[in-house]
Design a protein around this ligand. Structure first.
Ligand code: NAP
Length: 299
């Protein structure tokens, strides 16, 4: 099969298309012939070495949708699923995965990869934050996949959304180093995905007993908050991530998230599709931040 192999860390050129043997399926796993492969932002950080990755060379990638060709449960054969693999292997024509979710008939493979991870992360974050009608919610990086779904889900709950994104894409431009000063006071919930030491400036914008859900590090740095600032205002800081959140709470709502796509509540935003051989261009596109929506590889 054709696959994209990562040779060390660096620019998009460390990803090379090569012929590799098809993976074999372990008990409990499904073997899937892929139709669409997602390119999330964090994979560019894994590729560059900003986030530590596993040993190289190895087949890269984590999210794919396709048709089941082998499974313990024969009723799965021929069905479309979306798969998650934490150890890589998704940038390939065939993927073996233990985490998979059936895709509703009306959802395309491209939509499935555009929704499976970010919409289910957004849904799990929304359940964790327990956003209520009338609350004010700050969604950072609303132009990103998770941010876009968070805004839609918060509005659906009757919350008022304040959003940040690159220039011209939202009311607050988060590339302005002083953007946090433009956030109105009295925010009840912050969905924090940018990180960095200046995240602490948001404390002054939170309503008493507000909550911060820290789940990303788009800036490349984890957010820092002084505990004194949390205590003084009775603010709750919730870290969301790691195997428990990502592997369990997010996986638990994946079918619900795909159902919200099927019934039209959530609309996956697709940026561009690229052939597997054009993987370097796909990574360059994600890093350029010029687009809005999911970049997808077609094997
Ligand atoms: N905790 C979890 O369980 C979990 C799960 C999945 C992902 N994540 C994390 O959540 C974050 C968002 O993921 P995503 O998939 O929604 O990302 P995405 O769809 O790739 O969106 C990223 C967007 O963030 C903005 N951005 C990029 N670099 C930035 C920077 N240095 N400062 C400010 N904004 C920046 C860009 O928007 P503009 O072009 O508009 O600036 C970009 O479009 C990532 O950090 C990811 O690692 C967490």
């Amino acid at each position: 099969m054709r696959a994209v192999v990562q040779h060390g860390t660096g620019g998009p050129e460390v990803l090379e298309v090569a012929d590799r043997p098809e993976p074999t399926r372990k008990p409990g796993e499904v073997l899937v012939r892929t139709e669409a492969i997602g390119v999330p932002f964090y994979e560019t950080q894994l590729r560059s070495g900003l986030i530590p990755a596993g040993p190289a060379p190895a087949v890269f990638g984590h999210e794919a949708a396709g048709i089941v060709v082998e499974a313990d449960d024969e009723t799965l054969l021929g069905r479309r699923v979306v798969t998650m693999s934490f150890t890589g292997g998704a940038y390939a024509e065939v993927v073996a995965a233990s985490q998979y979710t059936l895709v509703p008939d009306t959802v395309t493979p491209e939509q499935a990869v555009a929704a499976a991870v970010p919409a289910s992360v957004a849904l799990a974050l929304m359940h964790t934050a327990d956003v209520e009608a009338g609350e004010t919610v700050l969604v950072e990086a609303v132009s990103g996949a998770i941010g876009g779904y968070l805004a839609r889900l918060a509005e659906r709950r009757g919350a008022r959304v304040v959003a940040t994104a690159g220039k011209g894409k939202a009311d607050i431009d988060h590339h302005d180093p002083d953007w946090r000063q433009k956030v109105p006071e009295g925010v009840d919930v912050v969905f924090e995905s940018i990180g960095g030491p200046r995240a602490a400036e948001l404390l002054a914008k939170l309503a008493p007993h507000g909550r911060i859900l820290a789940y990303g590090l788009l800036s490349g740095e984890f957010p820092t908050f002084p505990v004194a600032g949390l205590i003084a205002r009775g603010i709750t800081l919730i870290g969301f991530g790691g195997p428990d959140a990502y592997g369990k709470r997010v996986a638990a709502v994946r079918a619900e998230a795909l159902g919200l796509v099927a019934d039209g509540t959530l609309t996956p935003v697709l940026d561009r599709t690229y052939a597997l051989a054009d993987v370097a261009a796909a990574h360059a596109r994600v890093e350029s931040r010029e687009g809005v929506g999911k970049v997808v590889l077609i094997p």
